[in-house]
Design a protein around this ligand. Sequence first.
Ligand code: ATP
Length: 248
Amino acid sequence: MAEGEPLIVLDRVNKHFGPLHVLRDVSLSIDRGEVVVVIGPSGSGKSTLCRSINRLEPISGGTITFDGQPLPAEGRALARLRSDVGMVFQSFNLFAHKTILENVTLGPIKVRKEKPAEAKERAMALLDRVGIANQADKYPAMLSGGQQQRAAIARALAMRPKAMLFDEPTSALDPEMVGEVLDVMTSLAKEGMTMVVVTHEMGFARHAANRVVFMADGQLVEQAAPTEFFANPTSDRAKDFLSKILTH
Ligand SMILES: Nc1ncnc2c1ncn2[C@@H]1O[C@H](COP(=O)(O)OP(=O)(O)OP(=O)(O)O)[C@@H](O)[C@H]1O
C-alpha cells in the first residue's frame, strides 16, 4: 500500500455483546506515525475499539483495514496481524514461568523464526532501551509493575510491529511507576511509531498525541488535536467529561 495512505482504517464499525451495542458506526483513519489517544467515560467502548484493531474482538459490522488489507479472521494471516500490531494491556500479561528475556525472545523465535542468538541480542537491546536490561534473567513476579509493563512493551517491540495498541497501560500501576512507562511510550511516539492509546493520563494526551478521540456511549463523538480539544471541546459530552476529570 502507498506510503501516504492511512495505516489503520475503521469504517462504520459496529460491535454488539449480546443485546449491548458497544460500538456504533465508528469511523476512524489513523496515519502512519500518528499517535491517537482515545478517551471517554467508563464503558464507552474505548477498550473494545482498541481490541478490535488486532481482532482480539471480532466486530459485528463495518470494516477495518490494516496496511490496506481487511483484518484476517484466522490462521497465519491473523498471527501476522498480531505481530504487526503489538498490544500492551493493563495487566502486563507476561508469562509467569519464563524469565523476562524468555518472554521477549519467545515470539521472535517461535513466530518470526529468528535464530535464538539473534533474538537474544535484539531482546537485550530492547530491554536496555526500556531500562531493564539488568532484570533480564528474573521472573516477572520479581519485578515492579512498572518494570513488568516496560518488559511487556519490549516484548511487543521484539515482533517489529508496524503499530502499537495500548489499553490503559498505566491503570494498574502504583502512581510512582506511571511516569517510567509513559516515558517509554513518549519516546516511541517521538520515533514515529503509529500508536493507539486508551488512557486516562491527560498529560500524555496533551504532550504525546497528534490527535485525541473522544468516545461516549459507543460513538466517536469528536476528535481534534490535543491543544484544540482540551481548550475548545465542542460537544456537551466532552465538556462534561473534561470538567469532571480536570477539576483536580
Ligand atoms: N467480553 C464482553 N462481554 C460482554 N460485555 C462486554 C465485554 N467486554 C466489554 N463489554 C461491555 O462493553 C461496554 C464497553 O466496554 P469497554 O471495556 O470497551 O469500555 P471502556 O470505555 O474501555 O471502559 P473502561 O474505561 O471502564 O475500561 C461495557 O458496557 C462493558 O461492560
